[in-house]
Design a protein around this ligand. Structure first.
Ligand SMILES: NC(=O)c1ccc[n+]([C@@H]2O[C@H](COP(=O)([O-])OP(=O)(O)OC[C@H]3O[C@@H](n4cnc5c(N)ncnc54)[C@H](O)[C@@H]3O)[C@@H](O)[C@H]2O)c1
Length: 440
């Protein structure tokens, strides 16, 4: 099949490459000339494990192409995917400018029987609006479908090639057949291909992200409460997780969710409710709790230094909003570093892959360290924000030796508080009010 992917970001590049890898002829289109030039020069503009090799393999096989000019590929395409950004606008709603402009831009180029498939996360009604735009531009009914994407950055390829489910929203069921054909290679393990109405497909993506964000804010709120009542959230987590109705997944306390999806998608759903005069009470709380959670590490550090961070040097391990990605959109690290700098602290940071993106935000206001131990030099405290594997088993005596102070503020609960105390650290995690060790 001939496939065009409009938007070559985290979603477009991964999905386009995976479709090429299953034998389709795929052209990824982007308006960003720098990105396209990089891709054509064999460079991958984002960090995603396994992607570089897969892109190279499919480019070499001449199944994957990159361009800024849709006229070179859209006229031949069976399916044209829209995978452009849908960022948050000022009032919290999803900004659909890129989606509509992408649809308008390709309309005159479309083959009579082409399907325009929206993969971007878009609120209810967007696909119907895309249908209308295409009709305005072409004078005919163009096939449209909604195909929300559920991949996770960091394991995006695996998620895409082994999806839990594929969701397709259509106006007429026949349209789904071509998409089923396209997805067939990824559904060999009998995971479902779910065909539904456009509105249900649009809602499915938001409801999924809102549910996951709710779990995170819920466990974070419980963690904060645990600290105040002398309980340990990690023990509580085990205590509840064995109940199969609750389970263990997505219930790790931390410093709040970030990334390009959860924050904006929760707010977009709140806006969808507000536009219809419906107050989404739970989602508002999920967002409020998350905003507050991003402050927790800073508050603890500030309290430890009696409110005076002036001239204190703080090392920060982990900048990406989660491990295995270089994405720092809405990352808790950015919030923490901003607060530390505003309070007069000096900041030294490490991240295995996100440094270049963080440089765009902080420039020369912080120190970038190529090794995580380097960030510790003369540090009065260490804050751990992202749980990269390489931070999990440090040489603690070496850490103490390199630091000026001995305080560790762990936003990911990587270590055992009792052991850290024995080793001579002041150590605090999230929600660890007490532990069984202290009782003993
Ligand atoms: N990042 C994720 O993990 C993820 C997961 C699932 C769904 N989504 C959703 O997928 C969509 C894309 O997300 P992303 O993270 O890949 O965004 P991104 O910002 O990484 O990439 C979007 C790309 O679209 C390009 N673009 C904008 N207008 C264009 C046009 N008219 N024609 C061609 N290209 C154009 C931009 O230059 C950019 O490169 C969003 O709606 C997002 O919510 C993202």
């Amino acid at each position: 099949m001939k496939v065009v992917m409009l938007g070559t970001g985290y979603v477009g590049l991964v999905t386009g490459t995976c479709f090429a890898d299953s034998g389709n002829d795929v052209t990824c289109v982007d308006i960003n000339q720098v990105k396209v030039d990089k891709l054509n020069a064999g460079q991958i503009p984002i960090y995603e494990p396994g992607l570089e090799e897969m892109v190279r393999r499919n480019v070499d096989a001449k199944r994957l192409h990159f361009t800024t000019d849709p006229a070179t590929c859209v006229p031949d395409a069976d399916c044209v995917f829209i995978a452009v950004g849908t960022p948050q606008s000022d009032d919290g709603a999803a900004d659909l400018t890129y989606v509509f402009s992408a649809a308008r831009g390709v309309a005159p180029l479309l083959r009579e029987d082409a399907i325009v498939v929206t993969k971007s996360t878009v609120p209810v009604g967007t696909n119907r609006r895309v249908f209308e735009i295409l009709k305005e531009e072409t004078g005919r009914d163009v096939h449209v479908a909604s195909n929300p994407e559920f991949l996770k950055e960091g394991c995006a390829i695996d998620d895409f090639v082994k999806p839990d489910r594929v969701v397709v929203g259509v106006m007429t069921p026949e349209i789904s057949k071509r998409l089923h054909e396209l997805y067939r290679p990824f559904l060999r393990t009998e995971h479902p291909f779910l065909v539904m109405g456009l509105e249900s497909a649009e809602m499915t993506k938001y409801v999924a992200n809102c549910m996951l964000a709710t779990k995170i804010s819920f466990i974070n709120e419980m963690a904060n409460l645990c600290e105040r009542v002398g309980a340990d959230i990690n023990e509580v987590r085990k205590g509840i997780g064995h109940d199969q109705r609750i389970g263990f997944s997505f219930l790790f306390p931390g410093v709040g969710y970030g990334g390009s999806c959860f924050p904006k998608d929760v707010r977009a759903m709140i806006a969808v409710g507000a536009q219809r005069g419906f107050h989404t009470q739970i989602l508002q709380s999920v967002d409020d709790v998350n905003v507050r959670q991003k402050e927790v590490l800073f508050s603890k550090i500030q309290k430890y230094f009696d409110g005076n961070l002036s001239g204190k040097r703080i090392a920060v391990w982990g900048l990406a909003f989660k491990p295995r990605t270089d994405d720092i959109r809405e990352a808790p690290s950015v919030e923490l570093i901003t607060r530390l700098l505003d309070a007069g602290a000096e900041v030294g940071v490490h991240d295995p892959v996100a440094i270049e993106n963080v440089k765009q935000v902080f420039g020369n206001r912080i120190t970038y360290c190529p090794h995580h131990y380097e960030a510790l030099d003369n540090a009065d405290a260490l804050a751990i924000v992202t749980e990269w594997n390489e931070y999990r088993t440090p040489d603690f005596s070496y850490v103490l030796h390199r630091m000026a102070g001995s305080a560790i503020f762990d936003g990911r609960n990587l270590f055992d508080p009792a052991r850290m105390q024995e080793l001579g650290f002041f150590y605090t995690g999230i929600g660890q009010g007490s532990s069984v060790h202290e009782m003993g």
